[in-house]
Ligand binder design. Structure first.
Ligand code: MN3
Length: 251
């Protein structure tokens, strides 16, 4: 009995070690083992696979929106990013590219942001996510909860503030929960495909969660009702992923 237990513990330790190894190597900031943002080859960026099927987030996010959003919109950002960079990208991670966005052309800024943001967005969601009854394992963990309460008083206040930022984003853009340079959680938004990693962005930090509020993210199902899309989105949030991103950002 105890032997089985120990074996299981060894396995968990090894599995955790792999996760830490990935983070320490700086391969990506998308949470490590549960989601890959798309491997960066020496030649070009590629579209990451979704970690679930196109219909997996129904009814909150409909299948057709997911399919078009991922296979058309995100793919186009990747294609145009590769085109804009031409041959000059070997060894540059998408994070480094964003951090130095002022050194690149507007096409690289827009399409690089589009690639990073969507990769982060797909991992911010999961089927049966959210904080609904029955999903007790998918919740902000102790450290993350403490940081949320410290920054926003309560979890409900945090949700309200994030939702308001998403509703009030004028035109196309993104809403973010980040760890800022003071190691505090902060909510903000960016225009177009900018993100908080970018040196050109006024709002800066390490992303933990993001929400796409471009119309293409919700128009087929929600039309002009962005607020309904935002409130539905809370039911598919991947808190396990957010826990990992938060822990990585606090290192
Ligand atoms: Mn989008």
């Amino acid at each position: 009995m105890s032997k089985i237990k120990n074996t299981r513990r060894d396995f968990l330790r090894k599995a955790a070690g792999v996760g830490i190894g990935i983070a320490a190597l700086g391969k990506n900031s998308f949470g490590g083992e549960t989601f890959s943002p798309g491997k960066i080859t020496s030649e070009k960026f590629i579209l990451p696979m979704l970690p679930y099927s196109y219909d997996a987030l129904e009814p909150q996010i409909d299948k057709m929106t997911m399919e078009i959003h991922h296979s058309k919109h995100h793919q186009t950002y990747v294609n145009n990013l590769n085109k804009a960079l031409a041959a000059d990208i070997s060894g540059v991670s998408i994070e480094e590219l964003c951090k130095n966005s002022s050194n690149y052309s507007p096409a690289v800024r827009n399409n690089g942001g589009g690639h990073y943001n969507h990769s982060m967005f797909w991992g911010s969601m999961k089927p049966n996510g959210g904080t609904v009854p029955g999903s007790s394992s998918n919740l902000p963990n102790e450290n993350f909860s403490a940081a949320i309460n410290s920054a926003f008083t309560t979890f409900e206040e945090f949700k309200n503030k994030f939702s308001d930022a998403a509703k009030n984003r004028l035109g196309s853009g993104w809403t973010w929960l980040v760890v800022n340079t003071d190691k505090k959680l902060e909510i903000g938004s960016t225009q177009n495909q900018d993100n908080p990693l970018m040196d050109v962005s006024e709002f800066k930090g390490t992303p933990v969660l993001c929400l796409d509020v471009w119309e293409h993210a919700y128009y087929l199902k929600y039309q002009n009702k962005r607020a309904d899309y935002i409130s539905a989105w809370w039911n598919v949030v991947n808190w396990e992923e957010a826990n990992k991103r938060f822990a990585n950002a606090m290192k």
